[in-house]
Design a protein around this ligand. Sequence first.
Ligand code: NG6
Ligand code: CA
Length: 506
Amino acid sequence: MRSFKLKTFGLLILAVSCKSNSHEQLNKQSTSKLPNIVIIYADDLGYGDLSAYGATEISTPNIDKLANGGIKFTNGYASSATCTPSRYALLTGSYPWRNKDAKILPGTAPLLIDTAQVTIPKILKTKGYHTGIVGKWHLGLGNGNINWNKHISPGPNEVGFDYSYIMAATQDRVPTVYIRNGYVENLDPTDPIEVNYQENYDGQPTGLDHPELLKMKWHHGHNNSIVNGIPRIGFMKGGESAKWKDEEMADTFLSQAKSFVKREKNNPFFLYYALQQPHVPRTPSPEFLGKSGMGPRGDVILEADWCIGQLLETLEAEGLVENTLIILSSDNGPVLNDGYYDDAVEKLGNHKPAGPLRGGKYSLFEAGTRVPFITYWKGKIEPGVSEALVSQIDLFASLSTLVGSDVNNFDSEDLLETFLGKTDKGRESLIIEATTRIALRQGDWVMIPPYSGQALIQSVNIETGNSKDYQLYNLREDVGEQKNLAKTNTEKFQEMVLELETILQR
Ligand code: NG6
Ligand code: CA
């Protein structure tokens, strides 16, 4: 496959690629009946958080059904160790470090994806798909000065989604309201919403000043406006009737996802179901409270698993499951204490959210970006485990091929046959990112360049991967990244330094 890059106004625009013959055949077969595509995207779910990926202290039967009935990737990566950049890369097929604004965004940030950029849903729309997003957006909205009481635009509907039902940023950030197709849901116009991240509104209690009002205590950050007894990041005023109830969020997004499927069952559809779990604040619905014995973090993982089971049941009941490709992954690795006292550390017991991997969310070590990654298509994908190196960034080119489009993007590799389990061949190499630092994965190896800055983020107790020395690990022999081989395997080390430079110069 060859692809070329065209640049206009600093934006990565389309590159056209020649597809192989086998892809043409596949395209011919599939244009007769294009499959529905569902991407289920968890928030901060770790490599070791699922029983299908080796967890013994928690059971996730519904996700396991996908993992064991489809392809379970053991070298599947999010593009970044935090949310916004990973979501940007997933939808656009572009490495997030190419866009200097692709970092964790406040709820008031402008839309990160240029409306001229090609996205997965835009490609799918050219083939007749009806496209929807339900859940966490966190890619910015508007042009930098949002009036939350009017039509909020541009947003998901301007970058390819026909339907959107979203939270703007994260569950811990204001505004704590749902937005449907650009309009705040249940808003009373006589109680307008105001939001900012700089200063509080007169007379509004904050988590810092009024700890007695809190049902969940903040540990670091998260001490601005209080909503439902939970202190948030950012300040918000008004919009009382529109505020979400955290414990109902899972049900709200699930019923939106189910309705979308039922509404669109006669079209090919694309659903991006972006779950909020297990990101903070972890607020299980009453049915799941205390169910894991591991505190709210475990409870919301069980809740997310149940939601996925419910969505699967809907697909089955509607007779769609044999014509639907389901992809499940997570936007970054796990974190225990991410800013609230919620027993995630205290009640962890023997559970290992990162499995055997080192680091976690925010980290350049493996647990930052290596995440559960599953493809499932009943009757089409033969169950199996794949060690192929694959990234969420590759879904762009691969889904493009699946639907018979010739649109591609420079950074995204067409791995459709790998995702469908027809081959075990993955990427040769991949750049992974953690808060604007990058490292190179290649074959069994990872090479992390030197970075200044703290080696440990104390507040979350996660190792960043920063070191004054180059690091080189052989992940096949040392998946926990304990033995730095940069000085002993100089040949491999130099090859990877060169390879990283070459990729960066492209
Ligand atoms: C951090 C928050 C963290 C989480 C993260 C975004 C603080 C101290 N920490 O800034 O709690 O919200 O941003 O997570 O505010 S992500 O998964 O959306 O990238
Ligand atoms: Ca996340």
